[in-house]
Design a protein around this ligand. Structure first.
Ligand SMILES: [Zn+2]
Length: 247
């Protein structure tokens, strides 16, 4: 029991691969929504067509920027960083005919300058890969996540948290019993989010779900998190507008 308090489920999916269409269909059948982050000019990755992006937006998914060419924003010049942020925002808005206000940092890498430029470029959300977080308060320019849909070993989970200096997340992962198997960790983090009236933010890549054969695990996770009383299912942008920013 969570005492009747509301908690939130959001999801986000990076790289704009055409398999996002299948992913969106699976999510929608469970009543779960989210944000699809698309790099507009990233040749190594096939991407959703402009018509598919509009179809996803009509289906209630948020379309966010993943920059133009997917560079690490902590490594490029200030001018290039700003250009990647502004150009991708305008190009996506031209495709969609509506405002684009969420951005996902390529490779999850960001620094103080990138955060500032994301805000100055007119975004309301900068999503990171800072993991195992389920708290209701967060910096919208460094939106954390709960969990990536992928079977990491325990050592990789620990290394990831330590490399990002994510001590709060690392402690939460330990309190989840250092779970590493995808559905087990997902279940423990969802329970944490529900218990505290927090946020369960699942993220991943559709191409990776396909490559690793994770569709059955996604179905199992959705069966657990979907259609729960006192849970609101929202996009990243809706979530940032609903919850209080960190002081
Ligand atoms: Zn990416």
């Amino acid at each position: 029991m969570n005492g009747g308090q509301v908690s939130y489920v959001t999801t986000s999916w990076d790289d704009g691969h055409p398999l996002d269409m299948r992913l969106a269909e699976v999510l929608a059948k469970s009543g779960v929504t989210g944000t699809i982050y698309v790099p507009l000019s990233y040749p190594p990755m096939p991407r959703l067509s402009d018509a598919e992006l509009r179809e996803l937006a009509r289906a209630g998914f948020e379309i966010g920027s993943h920059t133009m060419s997917h560079p690490r924003l902590d490594q490029v010049s200030e001018q290039r960083c700003r250009q990647e942020l502004v150009d991708s925002k305008h190009a996506l808005e031209d495709i969609l005919g509506s405002a684009v206000t969420s951005l996902c940092y390529p490779c999850g890498k960001f620094n103080a300058r990138a955060r500032r430029l994301v805000r100055e470029s007119g975004y309301a959300v900068g999503r990171t890969t800072v993991s195992y977080r389920t708290g209701l308060q967060f910096d919208p320019m460094a939106m954390p996540v709960a969990y990536q849909l992928r079977d990491h070993s325990g050592a990789v989970h620990a290394r990831h948290a330590i490399r990002e200096g994510n001590w709060r997340g690392f402690a939460a992962w330990i309190r989840c019993g250092c779970a590493s198997e995808a559905t087990a960790l997902a279940s423990k983090l969802f329970a944490r989010a529900r218990k505290s009236g927090g946020i369960y933010h699942l993220w991943g890549h559709s191409w990776e779900i396909e490559e690793a054969g994770l569709w059955p695990k996604l179905a199992a996770i959705l069966a657990e998190i979907a259609r729960q009383p006192d849970v609101r299912y929202v996009t990243n942008g809706q979530l940032a507008a609903l919850v209080r920013p960190a002081p």
